[in-house]
Design a protein around this ligand. Structure first.
Ligand SMILES: [Zn+2]
Ligand SMILES: [Zn+2]
Length: 177
């Protein structure tokens, strides 16, 4: 947990995930230098580079002022509108090869932990098993190939790791270039 930063229920350590970095840069919304700057995605039709301070993300002012979203609401159909707003407008997003989206568990948005390879994923067997099931469902029938793909996660492809905010189960999806 990063001391001094606002708390993001759905992205508890944005410094560890790299979405927020220590920087002297001034926030594109409040124009203050807070010591931290946001570096990941922001979708808006307006002109801004989306380099916001964590406080303008947390209180929703950056999303409101630039009428934008940090994350696409894709995948969040089963959670309430308040949660969708919190994830898309008041939570730092993250950078991925494919369009980033949020995972859902126990009918709540999960907390994004970061991009991981096989070693980190193996520390959460339930996430690894879930990923294996998803890949089988999407057409990976060759177990040996699937095993080798999972073993080399972290190289050509990575996994995006989440933790359920309700039951604590870890879950992940694969991101590839
Ligand atoms: Zn700001
Ligand atoms: Zn759960």
């Amino acid at each position: 947990m990063s001391a001094g930063l606002p708390f993001f229920r759905y992205h508890p350590d944005p410094l560890a995930s790299g979405s927020i970095r220590e920087s002297a840069e001034k926030c594109a919304c409040c124009h203050r230098g807070t010591g931290y700057i946001y570096t990941a995605t922001f979708y808006t039709a307006q002109e801004t580079d989306g380099r916001f301070c964590p406080w303008c993300i947390a209180d929703g002012s950056a999303a409101a002022r630039f009428e934008g979203e940090f994350t696409d609401p894709y995948g969040l159909e089963d959670v309430g509108e308040a949660t969708v707003h919190e994830v898309t407008r008041r939570t730092p997003g993250f950078i991925a090869w494919q369009d980033p989206h949020w995972l859902v568990h126990c009918r709540d948005a999960a907390a994004f932990l970061g991009e991981v390879g096989h070693t980190e994923l193996a520390a959460h067997p339930e996430a690894l098993e879930g990923l294996r099931l998803d890949l089988r469902m999407s057409g990976w029938h060759d177990e040996a190939r699937l095993d080798s793909f999972l073993t080399y996660l972290g190289e050509a492809a990575t996994a995006l790791l989440f933790r359920c905010t309700v039951c604590g189960t870890h879950l992940a999806y694969v991101d590839a270039s």
